[in-house]
Structures are given as structure tokens and as C-alpha cells.
Design a protein around this ligand. Structure first.
Ligand code: UD1
Length: 433
């Protein structure tokens, strides 16, 4: 298994390009299931989660063509901007097998589109996951309210439409909690339903809006995406289109944190600050100078950061996917930060690994108290999930000496060419086989 060796203590400096958003790309790939015409997505990040989703779609009968943009257009830091064309005209096997779903929870995003387009779907339950139980009951309840008959047998969700003509029916849906993929799944299903669907308590994440914009370009009638009430008037069929995936706001935030923790100065291009207001505010509270350009962000770190407390909650509040990175920057800040996680029940696994680097962190339920130290010392640590891995990279870059991060396959799931991008910023990092 690959490991990442980091020689810490060098302030990051320079410029890199940010990739397309993983969490926008995954539902957008599934949107191809809703139409018989080709859907082309550009700015697709080259990530393991994307390959997993492409394999899952291919075994259902979706034809996939990947085009890599010529080297001349590859951004600084080695980001490869690829386009993918998906043709689901031959979709004949609406099944998502366990072997594929178990490696990626977002596979559940095929459930809504398959049920809407084929009138049936058989999708394995995602199963347990390192950051909590993460059930899919809201996805299931929503589809049931739209007239699908659903049974759960032998670990598989079996959905079938019962109405004559096989279409789902528009319905008023209210989710018990704000769920991002739940909102996306139900919004996609509703596009082909008979009548109007209203999703209340909808997720407002920018990735939901990116998906809605693509669906609208495909002919869907959606209003309210980006608010907590989304209305979808179902149509009989959708067409193909070409859509550029939004920049990855979590990748952007992660590199900003890495520069902040190392006392560096960086410029990130092909990104936008518009979805990162709270993260940028917090970095400014920590003492960073942040300059916003139209499609770029520049950050200059102070000699020492101030501690900043955060509380995670659904968008537009502080994202849970940035919590681990902020814990890392607080380990070397001046003062004590309080970090509260309200979305996932088991998302502090990075804390014990940060403590191996010398960090002073106390956990009490869903709250972590982080007392900043002058410096961390390199050590061997283990990555436990995607964003936890990112926090260990940030801490390793800030620490004195060598840090060896084990199980970095988690990073490969969600960060495109991380070593190349960090190297372009002057970090001393190496992948060890
Ligand atoms: C998405 C993101 C993930 C991010 C998370 C929260 C993708 C591919 N992944 O995950 O990176 O960390 O949003 O911003 O976009 N829940 C239920 N029942 C359900 C659905 C959710 O109880 O049917 C709970 C979850 O266990 C969790 C909370 O609701 O506690 C929010 O989860 P959700 O927004 O659904 O996360 P994901 O969409 O899986």
C-alpha cells in the first residue's frame, strides 16, 4: 500500500490550479442515466472515486468515452482537465453490485435516476463507513413517497415503480435532516416523474446547484436549487448536453489551510471564493491575508496563526469536509480552539493521529479542544478517511522532520495529483510504494 513521506517545515509558495469538484462530478455522472442522449462533462477530476463511478455505470450498459485535454492546457501543478462523454442509450442492467458500492457510498446516487428511467433498480446498501453509520433511509422514503415500491433484501435496495407506464409520481418530500446526496438523488428522480415534486429541507450545497444547472440544460424544469425548497416539474424525457463541473471548494480550502499552517504564500487558480465564504473568513480570523480575484485566490499566512473555533453544519455554515483541516491548522496556532462536529458522529479519527505528531487535543463527545503548540514533530501516522488524510498532510507539512502517512489510498479517492501539486508549491513530499 502506498505511503506519503513528508519532510516538513517548508512554507508553501507558488501557484497551482484547482481541479473539478469530486462531489459535483459524482452526481453529475449519474445524471447521464436519465437520458438516451450523450452527456459530456468537462473539468472532470482524475480521482479513484470517479473511476469507481465510471466502472459502476459501464457495467450497467453505459458507454463511456474519456478524452484528456492536451498537455498544453494542463494547469500548473499537473492538474489534468479531462472530459467524459456518457451514453446511456443502451442502459440494460439497472444494478449496482455490492463489490462496487462498498468502496464508495456515493454509488447510492444511481438509485434515483435508475428508478426514474428504468422503472426498477437494484442497488446494494452502502454499508458501514469509517465516519459513522450514514444510512440512506431518506433516499428510500423519498422514492417511496414518489410511488416506488421498495424492499430491502440481502443487503440490496430493490425499487420498482407501480404506476401504469412505469413513471414515478411527483410528491411533496420532507427530509428529516439535510442530506446532500439524498437531495441530489430525489431531485434527479423527480425530473422524469409525472407531476410536480417539492423537496423541502433540501441541501443548499453548491454541488446541488451545479447538478441542477446541468439537469436544467438537459431540459429539466427545476427551480429553487440553492434554497431549502426545490421544485421540480417532471418531464417525459431529458436530452444530452455539455456541462463544465464546478471547481472543488474542499480541495481549494485544503490547500489554503496547508499554506496557512506552513506560514506560506500561495495563489490558487481555476477556482472561486464564492462557495468558501466561511472558510475564508475563518482563515482571515486566524490572521491570514486573503486576496480574492475573479477565478483565483491568494493567501499569505502570518508568522503564527491565531486559534479559530469552528462548528460544522450544512451549507452555508462551516463544512464538515473542512473540519479535519482546521483541526490541523489549530494544532500550531496561538491559543485554544473549540471544534464542534454536528454532521457525523465519528469524525475525529484524525485527532489521535495528530496527537502522534505531538498535538495537544482533548475530545469530549462531538467537541474537540485544540491547544496550539509552537511546533509539531514528524512521526508515522495512519490515514483513516479522505479528509482525515488531508489534515495529516497539512500537519506533516507544518511539523519539523519526517512524517510518514500510511494508507494514502484515501487521498487518491479525492485529491487529484496531490503530491505533484504540493511539489509545485515547494513541499518536500514523496510517494513510497
Ligand atoms: C455528502 C458529501 C460528503 C459530505 C457530506 C456532508 C458527496 C458525494 N459527499 O455526503 O463529502 O461530508 O455530504 O456535507 O457529496 N443521513 C441519514 N439518512 C440519510 C441520509 C443522511 O441519517 O438517508 C445523515 C448522515 O448519516 C449524516 C447526515 O445525514 O449524519 C448528512 O449526511 P449527507 O448529507 O447525506 O452526506 P452525504 O450526502 O453522504
Amino acid at each position: 500500500m502506498d505511503k506519503l513521506l513528508i519532510e516538513g517545515g517548508t512554507p508553501l509558495a507558488g501557484e497551482i490550479a484547482i481541479s473539478g469538484a469530486k462531489n459535483a462530478a459524482l452526481p453529475l455522472l449519474c445524471a447521464a442515466l436519465l437520458t438516451r442522449e450523450p452527456l459530456t462533462l468537462t473539468n472532470v477530476p482524475a480521482l479513484n472515486d470517479i473511476s469507481t463511478m465510471l466502472k459502476l455505470l459501464a457495467q450497467m450498459g453505459v458507454k463511456i468515452e474519456c478524452h484528456t485535454v492536451p498537455a498544453a492546457k494542463v494547469g500548473a501543478g499537473g492538474a489534468a482537465f479531462a472530459a467524459v462523454t456518457l451514453d446511456a442509450s443502451g442502459l440494460d442492467h439497472p444494478v449496482a453490485p455490492y463489490e462496487m458500492v462498498k468502496t464508495m457510498r456515493a454509488s447510492v446516487l444511481v438509485l434515483g435516476p435508475l428508478t426514474a428511467r428504468c422503472g426498477e433498480a437494484r442497488v446494494s446498501l452502502p454499508g458501514g463507513c469509517a465516519i459513522g453509520a450514514r444510512p440512506v433511509d431518506q433516499h428510500i422514503h423519498g422514492l417511496q413517497a414518489m410511488g416506488a415500491e421498495i424492499t430491502v433484501e440481502q443487503g440490496y435496495v430493490q425499487a420498482r415503480t407501480t404506476a401504469a407506464g412505469g413513471r414515478l409520481k411527483g410528491a411533496r418530500l420532507f427530509t428529516d435532516m439535510v442530506t446532500v446526496t439524498g437531495t441530489e438523488n430525489l431531485m434527479m428522480a423527480a425530473c422524469l416523474a409525472d407531476g410536480e415534486t417539492v423537496i423541502e429541507n433540501a441541501a443548499r450545497e453548491p454541488e446541488v446547484v451545479d447538478l441542477a444547472n446541468c439537469l436544467i440544460a438537459m431540459g429539466a424544469r427545476i427551480s429553487g436549487a440553492g434554497t431549502d425548497v426545490i421544485r421540480i416539474r417532471g418531464v417525459e424525457r431529458l436530452s444530452g448536453t455539455t456541462h463544465r463541473i464546478m471547481p472543488d471548494r474542499i480541495e481549494t480550502g485544503t490547500y489554503l489551510c496547508a499554506a496557512a499552517a506552513t506560514g506560506g504564500e500561495i495563489r490558487l487558480t481555476q477556482t472561486s471564493s464564492s462557495y468558501l465564504d466561511i472558510v475564508i473568513d475563518k482563515l482571515m480570523d486566524a490572521g491570514c491575508e486573503v486576496t480574492l480575484e475573479r477565478e483565483a485566490i491568494r493567501l499569505k499566512a502570518p508568522a503564527r496563526l491565531h486559534a479559530v473555533s469552528v462548528r460544522t453544519a450544512p451549507y452555508p455554515a462551516f463544512p464538515t469536509d473542512m473540519q479535519a483541516q482546521f483541526m490541523a491548522i489549530n494544532t500550531v496556532a496561538e491559543g485554544t480552539a473549540v471544534i464542534r462536529e454536528t454532521i457525523f458522529e465519528n469524525r475525529f479519527m484524525h485527532a489521535v493521529e495528530l496527537i502522534r505528531l505531538g498535538a495537544d487535543i482533548k475530545i469530549d463527545g462531538n467537541t474537540a479542544f485544540v491547544r496550539g503548540l509552537q511546533r509539531l514533530e514528524g512521526a508515522t501516522v495512519m490515514a483513516t478517511d479522505l479528509r482525515a488524510s488531508a489534515s495529516l498532510v497539512i500537519a506533516g507539512l507544518a511539523a519539523q522532520g519526517e512524517t510518514l502517512i500510511e494508507r494514502i489510498y484515501h487521498l487518491d479517492r479525492g485529491y487529484e495529483q496531490m503530491e505533484a501539486k504540493l511539489a509545485a508549491l515547494g513541499a518536500r513530499v514523496r510517494r513510497v510504494k
